[in-house]
Design a protein around this ligand. Sequence first.
Ligand code: MF3
Ligand code: CO
Length: 293
Amino acid sequence: MFSREQIQLRTPDQVRHMRRAGLVVAKVHAALREAVAPGVTTAELDVVAAEVIAQSGARSNFLGYYGYPATVCVSVNEEVVHAIPGKRRLRAGDLVTFDCGAYVVDEEGTQWHGDAAFTTVVGGTYQDPLDELVDTTTYEALWSAVAAVAVAVQSGASGRGGRLNVVGDAVEAVVERAAEHHGHRLGILREYVGHGIGTQMHMSPDVLNYSVSRRGPRLRPGMVLAIEPMLTAGPPRVRELDDGWTVVTCDGSRAAQWEHTVAILPGGVWVLTAPDGGAQGLEPFGLAPVVLS
Ligand code: MF3
Ligand code: CO
């Protein structure tokens, strides 16, 4: 997709602008977590997100993106990604992915983007052990990938560790470990990938969630990536609905997605869309975020 374009590296000041956008996205996520409940429609949740973005002095980067008609993607159950909010009423046990971004504008008029997604179960109790497996494994895959990027940067510019393919390798390793533990292999989406992010939401490079023989570009301080594993409870076969957006699993099985916008800095990463910069997510890996003041 974007692999032939140059990867842009950000200055510390530019990363600080992106942190502002990231914190707006985090605030939207917090509001959605508060508002999600049985009986609420997905369109009502879209309004919640739009209000938080407006109150924050930011703007939506989803609304109008190639004509996308809403502020959030609210993907319920067999919907994997990019589902348009509407009249659908959430029910206890629904497995829902919220994907939402925002941008701020700097003094020079340049846009700085954030993008993040999370999955949650309506009412707080999983309907099926497989729902929990796909959700928690996708969460682990995200943080394992973020940690792998941090380690790759720490370990310097040389060796197999220093390249973008650590993301796909980390996701595959987590899926493999879950398969060994639970006797069930989750699917990894191939049609949809993470991306560079900065002055636009989608930039070079593509960030694959599966292993490939090409090691990919070298990870360098100043790169900012949206890392977003998407896993399916069943086979990773998906199709797009006639609305031109909603992606569903072919077999109706459920799916999850977790995403953060992650800045690579000298010596580690700063998770721009996590309020704590990634402290909690990185802690199990013995890592801490590198934060710009
Ligand atoms: N965060 C989504 C992604 O990276 C972007 C959705 S674009 C929208 O794929 F138009 F659906 F909002
Ligand atoms: Co994204």
